[in-house]
Structure formats: C-alpha cells, structure tokens
Design a binder for this molecule. Structure first.
Ligand code: HEM
Length: 213
C-alpha cells in the first residue's frame, strides 16, 4: 500500500479548490504527518462534503415520482460531466474496467423512462493531473455506496438502473485497492478535485430540490 502524509484540518466543503489546494479561507492547511492510505486521506478530507450530500440527497423523498425525477436530474447534471472529465484526464489508462463503471447512460435511460427531460449538465471539473483524476473518480465510485441505500426507497414500478448495484461483485473493493496503489504523491490535489466534484453534486441537488413542485 502507498502511504502519504495528509492534512486533517479542512472543515467546510467550499473552502478548498484545485486552484488553491493548500489554503483554506486564507489559512494554510497544516499537515499532521499521519501516514494513511489515499482512500483514508480522501475520506478524512471530504467528510464534511459527504455529510452535506448525505443530508441533501437524503431529503429527496424517492418514493414520490416528482422527487425521484428531480433527484435523477440533479445527478444527470453532474455524472456525465465528471465522466467526460475523467476520460479527458486519462481514467481509461488508470482503470482498465472504467467502461463498466460509467453510469451516465443508465441515468439517461431512467430519465427517459420517466418521460422527463435530460438537464443541461454543469461544466466539467478541471482534472489537470493524475491525483485530480483519482480524487474525482473516488467521489463518483463512492456515490454508488450511498446509491445502494437510496435505491431501497424507490418503488418497484419506477426505473432504478442508475441506483441499483451494477458491475461485478468486488468492483468497489477493486477500485479502492487501485486508488491506494496509485502513484499519487499529492493527496491535497486529489482531495481538492474530490471536493470540487462534491460541490457539483451539492449545487445540482440544491437547484433541483428548490424546483420540486
Ligand atoms: C451525490 C451524493 C453522494 C456522494 C457523491 C457520495 C460519496 C461517497 C463516497 C466518496 C464514499 C466513500 C467513502 C469511503 O472512502 O469509504 C461514500 C460512502 C458511503 N456513502 Fe455516500 N455519497 C453520496 C450520497 C450518499 C447518501 C445520500 C447516503 C445515505 C443514504 C450515503 C451513504 C454512504 C455510505 C453508507 C457509504 C459507505 C461508508 C463505508 O463504507 O463505510 N451516501 N459516499
């Protein structure tokens, strides 16, 4: 396993970006020199973001068709953009099974089946280095874990290809192992990209939730 020195002092989701990866609200992020895997570093540095998306997307009532449509639209604003950004950033050469991990087509199929419109996607995040690609991929892959739980609230008569578990058994474990085996030497850049992707989900989710009739 590849070990890294990381910071644990990031407190708000909006406080870090790829353009200023080591500064939070004017303060330098300190390093506590704890050695941990890249996955653990990302989990620690995005815990506040995860709490925010958990609360936001947990407030959609997925047993109501209108809410479910809005939920899917929110994700459709983000997932295709991030998948394209990952592909432009070279995810295909980092993850050989990347094609099976894509979900934009599943989202589009669910939305079509619900007779809804595909939303205008948010701009692609800039993933300028391998660390950023891994950070963004971590968020998309991790969102599948929450998706499995959320799928339980979707009534059987509604399409749930996007939220249902996909891919071969062990795919998540394999992803996390590859993440930890990656050659990333700057977890701050990976975390900044991860936080940017969480931000996209938050922005899209808030916009769609506000528009739910
Ligand atoms: C867009 C929305 C979401 C994103 C981007 C997201 C992202 C992530 C990420 C990156 C992880 C991996 C954390 C790790 O390293 O273990 C994760 C795990 C998880 N998420 Fe989410 N999540 C989202 C929504 C949700 C929601 C709404 C729930 C609750 C229903 C949820 C529940 C979980 C659970 C239970 C795990 C597994 C934690 C573990 O394995 O210990 N997530 N999520």
């Amino acid at each position: 396993m590849f070990f890294l020195d990381v910071s644990l002092e990031i407190t708000r989701c909006r406080s870090i970006s790829a353009s200023s990866p080591s500064v939070v609200d004017g303060r330098h992020i300190t390093r506590n020199t704890v050695s941990m895997s890249l996955r653990s570093a990302l989990r620690a540095q995005t815990a506040d973001c995860h709490a925010a998306v958990d609360a936001l997307f947990g407030s959609f009532n997925l047993s109501r068709t209108q809410d479910y449509k809005a939920f899917l639209r929110a994700h459709a604003r983000v997932v295709p953009s991030v998948e394209h950004a990952l592909e432009n950033g070279g995810i295909g050469s980092l993850l050989p099974d990347w094609p099976e991990r894509r979900r934009a087509h599943l989202l589009a199929a669910d939305i079509r089946e619900l007779d809804d419109r595909l939303p205008v996607p948010l701009p692609q995040p800039a993933l300028r280095c391998e660390a950023a690609v891994w950070g963004a991929a971590y968020v998309l892959e991790g969102s599948k874990l929450g998706g499995v739980l959320l799928a339980e609230a979707v009534p059987d008569h509604l399409p749930s290809n996007y939220l249902s578990p996909q891919g071969p058994k062990g795919a998540m474990r394999l992803f996390m192992d590859r993440l930890d085996a990656s050659k990333v030497d700057d977890p701050i850049l990976a975390a900044a990209a991860a936080r940017d992707v969480f931000e996209l989900f938050l922005k899209a989710g808030q916009a769609e939730l506000e528009a739910v009739p």
